[in-house]
Write a protein that binds this ligand. Structure first.
Ligand code: CO
Ligand code: CO
Length: 328
């Protein structure tokens, strides 16, 4: 590891929430900008899916996505790995296979050594290599706040695309990674404590889960990232014209996360997520506010939320008639 004067996360203005623009504000900003459609645009901007999908041949769709954010952990190599796994995830969330990626970099070249940037990029390359996805170039700017991520291009068969507007009533909901990384990253930023389990889950590719979903004939899924489990589930329900119920006790969580919530390490992004879904959320008396913070926690490189069953991963609820999300 390259030594630096200041901790990497101290350069990020946000509180471990990967600094995403709040869902309501973003939807307002892009309202009316939909309609980039045509017969070959299989997935466009309209329903806020994970990646776009354009048919280029009868049996081939090209998927395109980009994701980048400020440092979520102090270790430069880990940050690079997390950012790459997160960027690749949107391709997996569509049931696709990544085929090429390019780096997106903002770097405060007068404040942080270039050797540290090399570590970030090395992390990104290592994870892309695991995904068998070549990284061919990219774009970088001098930026007071470090930022890193990738634009990723993937492929899928048009008939096997997994979308966020195809959830069907009665099907189970499966979650492939534990949640709570936003809360633990926020605690890491504030205290410097290291959470190995969180880093391990954030650097893990969603490749196997995606393959299993495609093999199982799954039609709907999304990955759980900045808007949290509740936010992404609500977006999927709204796009599909259905409701959902979540069994709070069945949702897998990282160790140490419950006491971190009780100690006040809930980020502003997570609070904004909960505020945003609240009008479409019903709960039972046994579900505490702390539990809702966890379910709304802004994830970085989270797992797939699959409408269907994936062997080896817990079922956390099901799709229902109606609208909105019910937590019991
Ligand atoms: Co996504
Ligand atoms: Co994304």
């Amino acid at each position: 590891m390259v030594a630096t004067q200041e901790r990497l996360t101290s350069f990020a203005h946000g509180g471990g929430c990967a600094c995403k623009i709040p869902p309501g504000e973003l939807e307002e900003a892009v309202k009316g900008l939909t309609g980039q459609s045509g017969p070959d645009v299989l997935v466009g901007l309209d329903d806020g899916d994970d990646a776009s999908a354009v048919r280029v041949r009868e049996d081939l769709a090209v998927l395109s996505t980009a994701d980048f954010f400020t440092p979520v952990v102090d270790d430069a190599y880990d940050w690079g790995r997390i950012a790459a796994a997160n960027a690749l995830s949107d391709i997996y969330a569509m049931g696709g296979t990544p085929v090429t990626a390019i780096n997106l970099v903002g770097w405060p070249r007068e404040k942080l050594p270039m050797e540290l940037l090399t570590e970030v990029l090395r992390g990104g390359l290592d994870v892309a290599a695991q995904a068998k996805c070549p990284v061919a170039g990219g774009h970088s700017i001098d930026d007071p706040e470090p930022k890193y991520g990738m634009a990723v291009t993937g492929i899928a068969h048009p008939d096997e695309l997994i979308r966020n507007d195809a959830a069907e009533v009665g099907l189970p909901l499966t979650l492939t990674k534990p949640i709570g990384v936003g809360i633990l990253n926020n605690r890491h930023k504030q205290t410097g404590e290291y959470f190995g389990e969180a880093v391990a889950t954030m650097t893990e590719l969603n490749a196997d889960a995606a393959r299993a979903a495609v093999a199982a004939g799954v039609k709907a899924a999304t990955d759980v990232t900045g808007f949290g489990l509740l936010g992404h589930l609500f977006k999927m329900c709204r796009a599909s014209g259905v409701g959902a119920v979540i069994d709070a006790a069945a949702v897998p969580r990282l160790g140490g996360v419950d006491e971190s919530i009780a100690s006040g390490y809930v980020s502003g992004g997570t609070r904004r997520n909960l505020d945003w879904v609240r009008p479409n959320l019903t709960t039972e008396g046994s579900v505490s506010e702390d539990e809702l913070f966890l379910l709304a926690d802004a994830q970085t490189s989270g797992g797939l939320l699959v409408v269907g069953e994936i062997p080896g991963h817990p079922v956390i609820g099901e799709i229902t008639v109606g609208s909105g999300v019910h937590v019991r």
